[in-house]
Design a protein around this ligand. Structure first.
Ligand code: ATP
Length: 512
């Protein structure tokens, strides 16, 4: 099965089992907007809790806030979003489809990189044990030629983007002979800038003064509360402010399911440090954030850093943590050294002094800031796509199983009376009542036990607990493990501890 087919199956699976629905489904959906169903919301909440606890609970010097989506319109002037939160847009005149010019070029570069990797694989097969990859990459003429080609395009693209030279960007698309994937033609319009912020009106005025923007990032809600939090929390530099919340972007090309949405959620943390110390903290946060990802076990080989060459107007260093999604390595999280840009700009635009008095240095300064910013929905997609497994069983049957880390699984245990007889359902319900105080559990009495196991596999429940007639005499139940499908008899009294050991968030947090 190709990656594409697998991805399609995953999307269908998430709808069938209540993870993710297209928004406004009965009205045929709304482009790039999705709702979370009963399983998806649990999964998403667990991911958010893991992030929040890792930030706010495990770091004494990080606190969490919840600021509003609506903010004073001047904030977006100060942050630079009104003038510079643009994407370069290009249309194909034949297909009438719209693309981001930089994404067309990045896809082109990715194709060349794909060719290079194929070449390296060929070399590996040919030379076997004696294969020296570094030497091969440094000397093979095909690899060298393709690497140079990719590098040339990358350099030219970054130059054009940095200089805001839209004509050069278009020329590069023409020179690379990039065709529209739908029409197959090179009939491109000029490249134009397109602002990604949604606007709306507050109150009953329709003039400029009533225009508000739906926030395109949660970060600004943190910057404008810097003084409030620092003073009320008596925070000492270095310290961080974390927040989880909705953000909105009028993305030009919205595709790849919940990877790029127009309404999405971010988990952002701004860490304020002394000027001059930002590079040390940038490095620290790169390491800390990667450790957070690795703890959930999606595989080290599926992550990589991508350092930015083109820096945003506010940054002096930036990297992405990229994840190997079903459609290749793409940005999952951004880590940026934002300098003192935001606080300085808000000082300028608000007229309020935003400074910190450092008692150790006996001096006031505008703190520098390291930002870690991850999309909740992209994280959900990373977790869903890694968890989704189609397995052939020994008896020839197939099962679809979501192999979530137990701490993230939406349902922790399913309580199943073997048959729907009162003496069994009574015991099962009392187990359910006990476990539900600590864990999200499901009670199911319909269908054969095999079908119930399959349904629980499909939503990724780590444990199934079956109550049978022996339970009535020995006080034991059958505990079935999702991954190994092994079954063991355990005492009812031991259940809370066994389940807790398996699904506790502590298992993840301890690794950080
Ligand atoms: P991209 O280059 O993919 O558009 P970005 O660099 O604009 O992303 P940031 O502004 O750094 O993204 O936002 C931080 C994080 O927010 C991203 O790493 C991503 O996880 C998430 N994010 C950004 N835009 C979207 C979106 N449209 N849908 C879902 N998540 C998003």
């Amino acid at each position: 099965m190709t990656q594409e087919e697998l991805f399609k199956n995953l999307i269908a699976h998430t709808k069938e089992y209540g993870f993710i629905f297209p928004s406004s489904d009965i009205y045929d959906g709304l482009s790039a907007v999705y709702d979370y169903g009963q399983m998806g919301s649990e999964l998403k909440n667990n991911i958010k809790k893991y992030w929040w606890d890792a930030m706010v609970r495990l770091n004494e010097n990080i606190v969490g806030i919840d600021s509003c989506i609506f903010m004073h319109p001047k904030i977006w002037k100060a942050s630079g979003h009104v003038d510079a939160f643009n994407d370069p847009l290009i249309d194909n005149k034949d297909s009438k489809k719209r693309y981001r010019a930089d994404v067309l070029l990045e896809d082109y570069i990715a194709k060349i990189e794909g060719k290079i990797e194929k070449e390296v694989e060929k070399g590996r097969k040919k030379f076997g044990e004696a294969f020296d990859e570094a030497q091969f990459r440094a000397t093979n003429p095909n690899v060298l030629r393709e690497s140079k080609k990719a590098e040339d395009v990358r350099v030219k693209m970054n130059e054009a983007l940095n200089a805001n030279d839209l004509a050069a960007l278009r020329q590069l698309i023409i020179d690379c002979e990039i065709v529209d994937p739908i029409s197959g033609t090179r009939n491109w319009t000029d490249v134009r800038q397109f602002n990604l912020m949604f606007s709306t009106q507050m109150g009953n005025t329709s003039d400029e003064t009533g225009t508000l923007y739906l926030r395109p990032e949660t970060a600004q809600g943190i910057f404008v509360n810097f003084l409030n939090v620092q003073k009320s929390g008596r925070m000492k530099i270095p310290f961080g402010i974390a927040q989880i919340g909705k953000a909105f972007r009028n993305e030009i090309v919205a595709r790849q399911f919940i990877f790029r949405m127009r309404e999405f959620e971010q988990m952002e943390m701004q860490f304020f440090v002394r000027p001059g110390e930002e590079m040390k903290w940038f490095k620290t946060w790169k390491e800390k954030r990667l450790a957070w990802h690795l703890a959930i076990g999606l595989g080290k080989e599926n992550y990589r850093f991508h350092d930015h060459e083109k820096l945003a107007h506010y940054a002096n260093a930036a990297t992405d943590i990229e994840f190997n999604f079903p459609f290749g390595f793409k940005e999952l999280e951004g880590i940026h050294s934002r300098t003192d840009y935001d606080l300085r700009r808000h000082q300028e635009f608000s007229g309020r002094k935003i400074q910190y008095f450092d008692t150790e240095l006996n001096a006031s300064y505008t703190p520098y800031d390291i930002e870690t910013s991850i999309g909740v929905d992209r994280m959900v997609l990373a977790v869903l796509s890694s968890a989704y497994k189609q397995e052939k069983l020994e008896n020839g049957e197939e099962r679809v199983v979501m192999k979530f880390h137990p701490a993230l699984a939406p349902v922790k245990a399913a309580v199943l009376p073997l048959v729907k007889k009162e003496e069994l359902t009574n015991v099962a319900q009392s187990i359910m009542k006990e476990l539900s105080c600590d864990f999200n559990c499901q009670y199911e009495e319909k269908d054969t036990i095999g079908r119930r196991y399959r349904r629980q596999d499909a939503i990724g429940t780590p444990y199934c607990i079956t109550v049978d007639f022996d339970t009535l005499t020995d006080g034991k139940v059958t505990l079935r493990d999702r991954d190994t499908m092994a079954q063991e008899r355990v005492d009812i009294k031991e259940l809370p501890e066994i389940v807790n050991k398996k699904v506790s968030m502590k298992r993840l947090l301890e690794q950080l």
